[in-house]
Write a protein that binds this ligand. Structure first.
Ligand SMILES: Cc1ncc(COP(=O)(O)O)c(C=O)c1O
Length: 377
């Protein structure tokens, strides 16, 4: 069976229109201030080896779905970290260290954020301690160690690793760089979101087509809110914002549904590891509760097929390395286009210019290889 026939059966799990939607640029920039966005771009674009990541086109898929354009921001090429996360943690490390050399940076991570923090610390020759749970793969741990950080494994889940990190950091006066904001911890997560916004600054120069819809993967919502802040600052027209999550970890969808920050129970971890989160970060919640038009959740079922499809040029004329968290935007778009009702509600048609974020490449090389071979069967 060819791919265009195969994807006709792809479905989303849940679809929810946000009844409280009201996009106001000033509101967004109250939570992630414009001055921070300007500084993030100025700083990061001056880093050694900085390069704008490619804005690719999924022309085979666009033809199939009868859309005007599908742009794919290829973050597999972000520095040598293979993920958009390179923009956040490393930038926050630079801002909070303020040129000091004799400090230790710490962080708890599910993988990519810790890599970014470790890289940021190494760039500035700072000591770095990264805490990971028992679920973080050895491949991800060895990637973090490559940047000179000490990795501390903690029994239990991400929250346990964070608690341990907080406890030891307090005791030893280490500077914590987390990407998750809470009531009393906002500044550093805001810096990471400001770092992410430069993807939109770049896109605003890479095409003169007006983007009509953006598909944004979410874990705790930092990536999505960072991109939305970039949209508020850099885009002339505001596109529709569609949040994509694993159906086993749909904390954004559930929060928007109840118009209240909601903690959910994850019964089984999704293959979309970086997005398997049970509660939103606070600042992203403030931003996304007003600015997202809709939330979609998807299952793990088509992740491997999409990873393989990207690599084997089923969606585009060039081969793309997209990992398990890069695939969900493409899957959600296909699922929505297969539903006349959802498609209509979002006004998706032959004039639509879609943006999907290919957030990571083969950041976990071993898992990527497994997905590729599974998806090719
Ligand atoms: C590798 C990776 N980690 C994490 C996330 C989630 O980011 P956040 O937790 O900021 O929503 C994504 C994308 O959604 C991702 O691609």
């Amino acid at each position: 069976m060819n791919y265009s026939k195969k994807i006709k059966n792809w479905k989303f799990s849940k679809f929810l229109i946000n009844k409280n939607f009201k996009f106001k640029r000033n509101y967004v920039l109250k939570y992630v201030p414009s001055i921070m966005l300007t500084d993030a771009y100025k700083t990061i674009s001056n880093w050694k080896n900085y390069k704008v990541t490619p804005l690719l086109k999924l022309n085979r898929l666009k033809k199939n779905l009868k859309l005007n354009n599908i742009f794919y921001k290829d973050e597999s090429k972000r520095f040598h970290l293979k993920s958009f996360k390179a923009l956040g943690g490393a930038y926050a490390v630079e801002k909070i260290s303020k040129g000091k050399k004799n400090i230790t940076i710490s962080s708890a991570t599910a993988g990519n954020h810790g890599r970014s923090v470790a890289w940021g610390a190494q760039r500035l020759k700072l000591r770095c301690k990264i805490f990971v749970s028992q679920f973080v793969s050895e491949t991800r741990v060895s990637e973090i160690k490559k940047f000179g950080a000490e990795v501390i494994r903690v029994k239990g889940n991400y929250e346990d690793s964070l608690k341990k990190c907080q406890k030891l950091s307090k005791k030893n006066d280490w500077k914590i760089v987390q990407d998750v904001s809470t009531k009393n911890y906002k500044y550093i997560p805001q810096l990471t979101m400001a770092g992410y916004s430069i993807m939109i600054k770049e896109i605003s120069k890479q095409t003169n087509q007006f983007i009509t819809h953006i598909f944004l993967q979410a874990g705790v919502g930092g990536l999505a809110a960072g991109v939305v802040s970039g949209v508020a600052k850099y885009f002339k027209r505001i596109p529709k914002i569609i949040i994509v999550e694993p159906d086993r970890a749909d904390c954004v969808l559930q929060s928007i549904k109840g118009n209240k920050l909601k903690k959910i129970k994850i019964k089984k971890e999704s293959i979309m590891g970086g997005m398997s989160c049970n509660e939103m970060s606070l600042v992203p919640w403030q931003v996304l509760k007003k600015t997202s038009n809709c939330c979609v959740s998807i299952s793990d079922k088509n992740i491997a097929k999409t990873v393989a499809g990207l690599k084997d040029k089923k969606f585009s004329k060039t081969s793309i390395i997209g990992g398990e968290c890069a695939a969900p935007g493409v899957i959600a778009l296909i699922g929505i286009c297969n539903s006349n009702k959802a498609k209509k509600l979002l006004n998706l048609n032959k004039n639509s210019n879609i943006l999907v974020i290919g957030c990571e490449g083969n950041a976990d090389v071993k898992l990527y290889k497994q997905l590729l071979s599974k998806g090719r069967k």
